[in-house]
Design a protein around this ligand. Structure first.
Ligand SMILES: CC(C)(COP(=O)(O)OP(=O)(O)OC[C@H]1O[C@@H](n2cnc3c(N)ncnc32)[C@H](O)[C@@H]1OP(=O)(O)O)[C@@H](O)C(=O)NCCC(=O)NCCS
Length: 185
């Protein structure tokens, strides 16, 4: 019989996570999100819950079993959208993030798939997002899912960012805008 290597306690098994579910945050899960996704301040999670209640978009949380392991904000187009999303008249994905110990297991893929499906279900033909030109992992992920440069050129985005451990910093990133057709068949 071939021995299988057990991952050390507390470490997820290698390979795609098989029990990942993605759903919008709700009041009953907010405390668990604040505790488990400390890569963002609790106030940021609460702001996004309020954003969702105002109907401006959805704050999607990826759960592995009962643990929150990643998030993405799906913003419907409107007055508070980015200039490129307004030009494209598309919803956009913001702040996609997966906890460092849970990466390369298709959690972000599940989050982006959910954004694509929800945008299509709401009747949009295109989904957009800004990505840092130097963010190789994210660019590889989006490229693989069929996002392409929408031709807006490079632009600077500055503001408050957080490190993987939740440490805030003021940053500036050179980005490009990617889009993908998502219309339902
Ligand atoms: C980018 C990020 C969200 C990817 O999350 P993830 O759950 O590890 O991504 P997935 O497992 O779904 O990756 C799917 C594919 O994307 C590509 N990819 C993801 N991470 C990669 C990396 N570090 N290097 C190269 N390719 C990568 C690969 O093609 C991968 O498929 P593979 O593992 O079969 O090769 C994660 O690294 C992260 O949170 N980074 C910090 C925040 C960030 O940069 N967010 C994006 C903002 S635009």
């Amino acid at each position: 019989m071939r021995a299988t290597r057990e991952p050390p306690p507390g470490e997820p098994p290698p390979g795609p996570a098989d029990d990942v579910s993605v759903r919008p945050v709700d009041r009953s899960s907010l405390k668990a999100v604040e505790a488990g996704l400390a890569n963002r301040p609790a106030t940021k999670h609460r702001q996004r819950f309020t954003f969702q209640r105002r109907g401006l978009g959805l704050y999607l949380i990826a759960w592995e079993g009962r643990e929150p392991v990643g998030h993405a904000l799906l913003r419907w187009p409107g007055a508070e959208s980015s200039a490129r999303a307004r030009a494209e008249r598309c919803p956009e994905v913001e702040d996609l993030h997966v906890l460092p110990g849970r990466r390369r297991r298709k959690v972000a893929t599940r989050l982006v798939e959910a954004c694509e499906r929800l945008a299509a279900e709401r009747g949009y033909a295109t989904l957009g997002l800004a990505v840092g030109v130097d963010n190789g992992p994210a660019r590889a992920l989006y490229e693989r899912r069929g996002f392409r440069d929408a031709g807006h050129g490079e632009f600077a985005v500055s503001g408050r960012y957080w490190g993987d451990d939740g440490t805030p910093f003021e940053g500036r990133e050179t980005c490009v805008y990617l889009t993908k057709p998502v219309a339902r068949d």
